[in-house]
Design a protein around this ligand. Structure first.
Ligand code: TMO
Length: 330
């Protein structure tokens, strides 16, 4: 450190004009309270393919930026994100959902590949869902048994008399559940998360029966009335013990967790290399309403992700300023 400073001073003496240039450059870089040499390299934040996650990643990025960190966003799928985090290609994931990601998350934390940076206060649910009018066409819903007698009304041209369940591009054992519960359904996995809402809107307009993947908190609940299907209550045993539950020979004869957790994850090197960002990530905490609002700003109000994040920050200033650790504002 001392050596560097001496060289710096010498250069100033020899080249006075360089001083001007260096000062101008330093003005264009943000100041940083974090003195780690890595702190000047970008913090890379993962963005996935559903709206709240992208908006709240940008919110997180802006919070880091107030501490002086440069930020990069890295678009990766939930399947690829574990490797990216483990190798330090990406550093931060702000929305890990229990219903779709608990297996991989648990395994990665156990193996020391990623760090569990804490749980949001939001309670989450990811499950088969249908719009309200479907109840008249399939009496007995939301109880899952109703799907046994009504499968046919959910059929499409290509599915013969089988019902179609629309799933998003996230890993869920839907095929296994269909088999374990003896449902006459097939799964149509859509390529993009937003394709779910295209299917929903088309069905909704014609009051056509549809059952599709949905979750809460999400913007959908502010636009469409509907309900989750009530499958047998989740238990970890349902995924490990075939004799547990309705089916004596198959796993996955249960629904996803209700009141599921939502977590933050980080690269194992984040704390050492960017202490202030790590502490802020520990403090970051979204509730159901804040997440649903973030999604609605884009999917209902049609703002860009960036503009939505900015508006969210403006509307929640006291909250996010409280996440910035003491001594981390340059
Ligand atoms: C992870 N997700 C909210 C799409 O279910």
């Amino acid at each position: 450190m001392l050596l560097k400073r001496n060289i710096h001073v010498n250069i100033m003496n020899v080249y006075p004009r360089l001083l001007v240039v260096l000062t101008m450059i330093s003005l264009t870089f943000p100041a940083l309270a974090d003195e780690s040499p890595n702190a000047k390299k970008p913090v890379r934040i993962i963005t996935n393919n559903w709206t709240s996650q992208v908006v709240l990643s940008h919110v997180t990025g802006e919070v880091f930026r107030t501490m002086g960190y440069p930020i990069e966003y890295l678009s990766v799928s939930t399947a690829e994100q574990w490797g990216a985090l483990a190798h330090g290609v990406a550093h931060v994931q702000v929305e890990v959902w229990e219903g779709t990601m608990s297996d991989m998350f648990g395994r990665m934390v156990q193996e020391g590949g990623i760090v569990d940076v804490g749980t949001h206060s939001a309670a989450t649910r990811e499950e088969w869902w249908y719009p309200q009018y479907v109840e008249e066409l399939c009496p007995g819903l939301p109880d899952w048994h109703a799907l046994k007698s009504c499968a046919k009304i959910f059929s499409t041209q290509g599915s013969a008399d089988k019902g179609v369940y629309y799933a998003g591009p996230w890993e869920k054992p839907d095929e296994a559940r269909i088999r374990a519960l003896g449902l006459n359904f097939e799964v149509n996995v859509l390529q993009k998360g937003d394709d779910l809402w295209i299917q929903l809107e088309q069905a909704y307009k014609q009051k056509k029966p549809i059952v599709l993947f949905n979750w809460t908190p999400n913007w959908v609940e502010s636009r469409y009335k509907g309900h989750f299907v009530e499958f047998p209550t989740y238990s970890p045993e349902c995924e490990t013990n075939p004799s547990w539950g309705v089916s004596k020979s198959y796993l996955h004869d249960c629904g996803n967790p209700k009141g599921g957790w939502l977590k933050k994850a980080a690269w194992t090197g984040l704390e050492k290399t960017r202490g202030c960002a790590f502490q802020a990530l520990q403090n970051i905490n979204f509730d159901n309403k804040q997440i649903a609002t973030a999604a609605a700003l884009v999917d209902v109000d049609k703002l860009s992700y960036k503009a939505a994040a900015q508006q969210w920050l403006n509307q929640n200033e006291a909250l996010w300023k409280g996440w910035v650790p003491m001594g981390c504002i340059p």
